[in-house]
Design a protein around this ligand. Structure first.
Ligand SMILES: Cc1cc2nc3c(=O)[nH]c(=O)nc-3n(C[C@H](O)[C@H](O)[C@H](O)COP(=O)(O)OP(=O)(O)OC[C@H]3O[C@@H](n4cnc5c(N)ncnc54)[C@H](O)[C@@H]3O)c2cc1C
Length: 289
């Protein structure tokens, strides 16, 4: 019978990881435990991260926000600082799974699963999120877009964990948009998703754009071609239609049980048209308890 370890401190985590190099880490277990249940081989030893306090919560550190890897989706979407500073992330969290999944699942788990359909990834990409990786003796930071290599693949090495996520507090953007298209309205895995941040001037010109699509490639898809096609243009149907065509060329979807590649490609472009209806959000005048 293999063991389940539940360390309460980082020191005891490092000790367990050294003594049990084959043990698998989990936080909420909503991905890993489901996967293990489907496996016919003997379950490995497990190390649960959820009791390590330093891995949980949201902190403001100078100009940045730090989110501990084991922060649950529920905690994040109800946090006043995240609601004001990261509306695009909150919109994605609201449609991630169901309340029980959001109460158990964590942002670190969503990132490390590295699914192209993971709902937090497109918002984190458009916000330029960085991942902090720690081992017993070292710590390194890299862009999330560099950390994720492909479906289920990351740059995490043996002996390392994701310690947390760093986001810049400053945002020039006044439009924060996220939409997930699935087979139903709730408990749906993304067929296509789009996170978009736009800076639109008072005269209606798009001054800056950051876009990321989920579920239309092996990892989240970004496109400087689409962003450049939007920049300097009026936020109009014509601009978005042109950018939508470029988006269809930028994505590389596959056929799977949920949808065909051509449908996904079409929707990836169509979602841009929704930006016409997106309402302006100011994160400058925020107050929080
Ligand atoms: C019914 C159901 C519905 C779902 N719906 C959605 C959905 O709509 N959208 C969506 O994006 N996801 C969905 N998921 C997937 C899952 O809930 C999320 O990906 C969740 O965020 C995973 O977090 P977790 O803490 O449970 O991960 P875990 O299962 O604990 O871990 C997942 C993986 O990450 C690794 N890991 C976890 N934390 C760390 C860390 N700090 N450092 C290093 N490695 C780590 C684990 O080793 C494991 O490989 C759903 C799952 C279920 C069961």
């Amino acid at each position: 019978m293999n063991s389940v370890f539940m360390p309460r401190t980082m020191n005891s985590l490092w000790e367990i990881m050294e003594e049990e190099p084959g043990a698998l880490l989990f936080a909420g277990g909503t991905d890993l435990l489901v996967k293990l249940r489907q496996s016919i081989s003997e379950p490995p030893s497990l190390v649960c991260l959820e009791r390590i306090e330093v891995l949980k919560g949201i902190k403001e550190i100078k100009e940045d926000l730090f989110i501990g890897a084991c922060t649950t989706h529920s905690l994040l979407m109800n946090d006043s600082l995240i609601r004001y500073r990261c509306p695009v992330l909150v919109k994605a969290l609201k449609v991630l799974g169901s309340p029980p999944i959001r109460n158990m699942g964590t942002i670190g788990g969503n990132i490390c699963t590295a699914s192209p359909a993971a709902d937090t990834l497109p918002p984190l990409y458009v916000m330029g999120a960085e991942v902090e990786i720690r081992s017993r003796n070292s710590s390194r930071r890299m862009l999330l877009s560099e950390f994720i290599l492909g479906p289920g693949k990351t740059r995490l090495k043996a002996g390392e964990i994701v310690f947390g996520i760093w986001l810049s507090k400053a945002s020039e953007y006044n439009i924060h948009y996220f939409e997930k298209v699935g087979q139903r309205n709730s408990l749906a895995i993304a067929i296509v998703s789009l996170a978009a941040l736009l800076k639109v001037s008072s005269s209606g010109t798009i001054e800056k754009a950051s876009l990321a699509w989920g579920s239309v490639g092996p990892t989240v898809v970004t496109s400087t071609t689409v962003e450049e096609a939007l920049t300097g243009q009026p936020l109009s149907l014509e601009t978005l239609q042109k950018a939508g065509q470029l988006a269809r060329d930028a994505v590389s979807p596959i056929d799977d049980v949920r949808a065909g590649a051509s449908y996904r490609r079409q929707v990836a472009g169509n979602l841009l048209l929704r930006l016409l209806e997106a309402t302006e959000i100011s994160t400058d005048k925020y107050t929080y308890a």
